[in-house]
Design a binder for this molecule. Structure first.
Ligand code: HEC
Ligand code: HEC
Length: 402
């Protein structure tokens, strides 16, 4: 069955089954290098057969060929992998002989596997390179580049969320969607995506999270829906990307199956091994004030009460418990937005792991805090911590250092 997004919208959520909370799992065995290398390949380049959705249903190959020149692609946050570009292409971009205003250039970049997260099939048709299929990969949302060549063009940074990417605006370019659905997609903005909208028809986009720093954490997603990464990887690849395979979840009533050839299951072990191998990036030297951070650390572990929930090596108590929305400062959601927890399998939130925080503003599942100072101010007000202005900055400096 192929996923027509609009038809999924008509399906209400089935009554939520009682929350079955599977016990934390033992640590994953260390993967060998070949599994990690295989997983990297899958993470970057595998579509799981999702061309069925992106090409056959959404007809994105036609949109790209007609109107998406590289300048437009970069403006919706797509990234180009400079290491995939051969020297003459690099030279051509530098001297302007390769036009960044022509969709043909986008097709040439797709042929080189140089557009991060997009996988194109380019064939000669009537003597011309033609984009016949396009699909998406995990890297679309969970990789960016270091801008070392030009803004939006550089070396891949896997696991770093692409907060420039506007997935809603990209999907809304499809000619196959009704206006009302496009309006929802266009409402999300850069760095956000609602990974449940096409299942429950509710609109509450989430900040695209990092896919690094997750080793040792056995509650995956902001609501801890899965006991391991593979659970959510299967969810996304099947229900969101449209890959060929099956996902069944009694707690949310989501049952989706595409194709008869399972192109997901056999890849999950390697894919997970790769993600677990990606560490959170350390704070760049000089990016925080060490003396203030040291004072902030005392507050984090003391008067701030942060360590009550942000505990252990990953600074989260996720393996022990989740937290009711009432205790979580990023709820209630903005006016008109449904509680994200209420749409999930657990109906609660996971204390977020905090390593690499400096890298990925805005914060909280809904992006309600634009900076780390704003995070601390939110806690200070909502939990009545009574921190002085100086203490607020000290605590924020500590968060920047993690
Ligand atoms: C269109 C954008 C998009 C694509 C493509 C995408 N994701 Fe995500 N991903 C998200 C969003 C948004 C969330 C947040 C969901 C939540 O927390 O409920 C997320 C959450 C995650 C998480 C949970 C992180 C955590 O902190 O627990 C993992 C792991 C993940 N994605 C891996 C993947 C993998 C692997 C793929 C490819 C199979 C993939 N994603 C494809 C947008 C995307
Ligand atoms: C009652 C448990 C609890 C306490 C106490 C707590 N947190 Fe949190 N924290 C959470 C939960 C749950 C989330 C995830 C909320 C969400 O996803 O919107 C979170 C999210 C965060 C985030 C956002 C991370 C991200 O990736 O966006 C930061 C930063 C943070 N907390 C810092 C702190 C600081 C600083 C303190 C102390 C002042 C603190 N927390 C106290 C449970 C707690």
């Amino acid at each position: 069955m192929n996923l027509a997004i609009q038809s999924r919208l008509l399906l209400g959520v089935a009554a939520l089954a009682a929350c079955t909370f599977d016990p934390p799992r033992a640590a994953e065995p260390l993967a060998d290098d070949s599994a990690i290398a295989q997983g990297r390949q899958i993470f970057r380049f595998d579509t799981f057969g999702d061309e069925t959705l992106w090409t056959d249903t959404l007809r994105m190959h036609e949109v790209i060929a007609a109107a998406v020149d590289p300048t437009t692609a970069l403006s919706v946050g797509l990234k180009v992998d400079s290491e995939a570009l051969p020297a003459p292409v690099v030279q051509g971009i530098k001297d302007g002989s390769i036009s960044l205003k022509s969709p043909d250039t986008t097709i040439a970049l797709l042929k080189l596997d140089a557009v991060v997260g997009l996988k194109g099939t380019v064939e000669r048709v009537n003597g011309k390179d033609t984009l016949t299929h396009v699909g998406v990969t995990c890297a679309l949302c969970h990789s960016t580049v270091d801008n070392s060549f030009a803004p939006g063009i550089g070396k891949r940074l896997d696991g770093w969320p692409n907060r420039d990417l506007n997935p809603g605006a990209i999907i809304a370019l499809s000619p196959a969607l009704p206006a009302a659905t496009k309006a929802v997609y266009n409402s999300w903005g850069p760095g956000k995506y609602d990974p449940r909208f096409n299942q429950d028809g509710k609109n509450g986009p989430q900040v695209i999270p990092p896919a690094y720093g997750l080793a040792g954490i056995h509650r995956i997603t902001a609501t801890g829906d899965g006991g391991n990464l593979a659970y959510w990887n299967r969810y996304v690849s099947v229900t969101q990307m449209g890959g060929h395979g099956t996902f069944d979840e009694a707690r949310t009533g989501v049952h989706v199956s595409h194709g008869t050839d399972d192109q997901v299951s056999a890849k999950l072990v390697a894919l997970q091994a790769y993600q677990l191998s990606i560490a959170a990036p350390p704070a760049p030297a000089g990016s925080f004030d060490p003396a203030a951070a040291a004072r902030g650390r005392m507050l984090f572990n003391g008067a701030g009460g942060c360590a009550n929930c942000h505990s252990g090596p990953e600074l989260t108590d996720a393996n022990q418990r989740l937290h009711a929305p009432l205790d979580v400062v990023s709820e209630p959601e903005a006016a008109g937005v449904p509680s994200y927890a209420s749409r999930s399998a657990t109906r609660e939130y996971r204390a977020a792991p905090l390593h690499g925080l400096w890298q990925h503003p805005p914060y909280f599942h809904n992006g309600s805090a634009p900076t780390l100072v704003a995070v601390v101010k939110t806690y200070n007000a909502r939990k009545a911590l009574g921190l002085s202005e100086r203490q607020v900055t000290d605590l924020a400096e500590y968060l920047k250092s993690l």
